[in-house]
Design a protein around this ligand. Structure first.
Ligand code: ATR
Length: 283
């Protein structure tokens, strides 16, 4: 039987948890599939995608710096990738390369595991980069009320305008100053950090502190290096519920797996593999 090959393309890819996670999932379902990480800098992307076609590679995950540039090299975009304007998953559908974006829905699936439906929930999103844009679209589609807080106002405005144009929903915009954030958080149900603040090596930094949180708030940091960020420590101090970055990481990978195989992803197996891999790195 032919082995189906899947790959992550980006630069860097050495630190990715996806090979461990996807290969564990393939193994658990007894699928004859392998997943490898391939370093593809921006300059090599066109050749790499031609290679995917020539070699009959069955699917891709796409990461920095290729998520936007790859769009022009694909045959079709799913709605998820089209609205966000970035691709993190490609399916080779008998020679037709179709782009998807599972980042936003991955985050929402992880949140749903904790709070159920997001309809009517008040979400404050820190950041307005690529991950934030994907999550913002999925959150609004899921029926949440969204406030975006970003350092650079123009980037937040661009995300809000895209959402208004495509989904017809209004997004609130605020700055990162403590007073404005504290006010927005007082009535919020969910806080999501998509900024790089708190990521190794700047592990002692946080935008929001415990005094700005309340006990009914769910605080989700999509940073997973480290898993216990300063933001999540602040949330615990405030008695709030926490969801670490493994949640979204596993769910976005699970959605990719389901797009490629048409089978339900073994979430627990994938989470355990990612955790094992992370532990092996930072004892
Ligand atoms: P990604 O695509 O992974 O989401 P990105 O596009 O580089 O990453 O976005 C990083 C986010 O972190 C941005 O929202 C950035 O804010 P700006 O738009 O103002 O650049 C935010 N960010 C990074 N460092 C920050 C800092 N020290 N304080 C506040 N926000 C920061």
């Amino acid at each position: 039987m032919k082995t189906r090959v899947f790959a992550l393309i980006g630069d860097p890819v050495e630190q990715s948890l996806s090979p461990a996670m996807q290969n564990a999932a393939f193994g658990a379902l007894g699928l004859n599939c392998v997943y490898i990480a391939l370093r593809v800098p921006s300059a090599g992307l066109t050749d790499a995608v031609a290679g995917v076609r020539a070699l009959g590679i069955s699917g891709l995950n796409v990461t920095t710096p290729n998520k936007i540039k790859i769009i022009d090299l694909l045959d079709e975009l799913d709605e998820s990738a089209n609205s966000v304007g970035a691709v993190n998953t490609v399916k080779n559908d008998r020679g037709k390369l179709v782009g998807f974006n599972t980042d936003g829905d991955g985050c929402i699936r992880a949140l749903r595991g904790r709070v159920g439906s997001l309809r009517g929930k008040d979400v404050v999103l820190l950041g307005a980069g690529g991950a934030a844009r994907a999550i913002a679209f999925s959150a609004v589609k899921a029926g949440a009320g969204l406030t975006i807080a970003n350092r650079t106002a123009s980037r937040a405005r661009a995300v809000a305008e895209a959402i208004e144009q495509r989904l017809g929903s209004t997004v609130k915009l605020i700055g990162l100053n403590r007073a404005e954030l504290a006010r927005a958080l007082r009535k919020a149900d969910i806080l999501i950090n998509t900024t790089t603040v708190g990521m190794r090596p700047r592990i002692d930094e946080t935008i929001v502190t415990s005094s700005m949180m309340h006990r009914k708030l769910l605080v989700n940091d999509i940073v997973y290096d480290p898993l216990q960020t300063r933001l999540l420590r602040e949330a615990k101090r405030a008695g709030a519920e926490v969801l670490d970055g493994l949640g979204m990481l596993v769910q976005q990978g699970a959605l990719s797996f389901e797009i490629w195989t048409g089978k339900r992803a073994p979430i627990r197996v994938m989470a355990a593999a990612a955790k094992r891999e992370l532990k092996g790195r930072c004892p």
